[in-house]
Ligand binder design. Sequence first.
Ligand code: ARG
Length: 499
Amino acid sequence: MKGKAGSEKLWGGRFSSDLDGAMLSFSESTEADSEMIAEDIWGSEAHALMLHECGIIAHEDLREILRWLETAREKFEAGELELRRELEDVHMNVESFLREGAGPEAGGRLHTARSRNDQVVTDFRMRLRRYLLDIRSGLAELRGALLELALKHAEDTMPGFTHTQHAQPITVGFWLAAHAAGLARDEQRLAGAYLRTNQCPLGAAALAGTSFPTDRELTARLLGFDGIVFNALDAVQSRDFAIESLAALSALMTNLSRMAEESVVFSSPAFGMLEVDDAFATGSSIMPQKKNPCAGELARARTAAVHGRLMELLTLLKALPSGYNRDYQNDKPPAWEACGHVVATLEVMTGMCRTMTLKTDRMAELAGAEFASATELANYLVRERNVPFRDCHELVGSLVGALVEEGATLDDHERVAQIMTERGQEISADQVAEIVEPSAVVRAQKSLGSTNPEQVLACVAQLRCDLSAEVEEIEADAQHLQDARDETARRVREVLDGN
Ligand code: ARG
């Protein structure tokens, strides 16, 4: 049966005229929906299997439905399933395809006990969880690359900064492990978002549940969900899983952007502490000598885009009343866009980290520059001479002032010893040399989690151990989805093969 206007719309019954052309373009969502065609078909298979299992549709109808869903899948996998804009969305496209193939009798039964409202959010969660899994594995790769570098450079020294001014010498491994530690928390946030995304809303129907004797647990299981979103109204209207996912992605991108920033700044010849490989840099159209660290710059820019998409989603959702609202349709483009940016950024950042050259000589040279060992000199006086720290701070501060005036540095050990002795703290040039040497300074740090190479090794070991446990979890999550997919496919085959 078609609507009076002869519309192909599956909801056309009460309508007397066709959709205005401008309204069609305004309202159709096939572009964003093309991300979740496989999910929509899988969801329909699970729903049909459940309807039959619960005695709601007959075996012959199930068979016809599954046969045409299989055909739709094959066409999709062969790149031949084009979503027609006039059919509005992926759900209408798949259902129309099915009705054309299976006929209106069997084909018309699939949508029993289901609404596009629960269907769309089911597809959304399924597609998003797949993105989240990809992102979590991509992130694990980057964390692995950073930790490998950290291990290799556990003892090398570099300047540590506060206010982008030389602060204290640190180890290169310490700096890298700090980034890896931040990314480990990003994984925890993403794993949490995954957990709450992977809950099944299907079976909520339009908003109130259904009067058919459905089995929501079965569809959830067949679709690889960890459970169901129990309250049907909550199931169709909640999008906090997407907010949480994009928030976790935004936090991740902020961390990546800060690393990216350092790839830009530290590769500037003014720092000269690292060199980005040619494969991750680009040139200038006018200045032949230029090699620009564009990977890092673009990663910073992608971060802005991801943050923007989170804001879009938050604003989209903030004032919506209960139940389904068409506004929800605009929740998917920002999600896909954000995920796409994160996938791409992770891939490039990992490649860049794996191939960049850390210029350890230059790093070591800068490690003790700009009086960075001054704090340790003050600490020495506290420790060995029992002078209150505030007085040591004052004394070493005045020493630095005097050295700056003379154009000298802490490496002018004789002069340092002389000034300190004059100011009441007798010390030899050899002693000064031993204290201010950057690799001695980093080894002198003893507190838990400090820059001392031993602490760095312990930190890296812990992060590696956490990483391998998390990689196992990610693989288990992926396997769980694959098993569910296989189980659905097995049941579909069983019906189609007539067993
Ligand atoms: N394209 C719609 C969306 O993304 C699908 C659900 C439409 N539901 C409705 N009641 N019009 O939200």
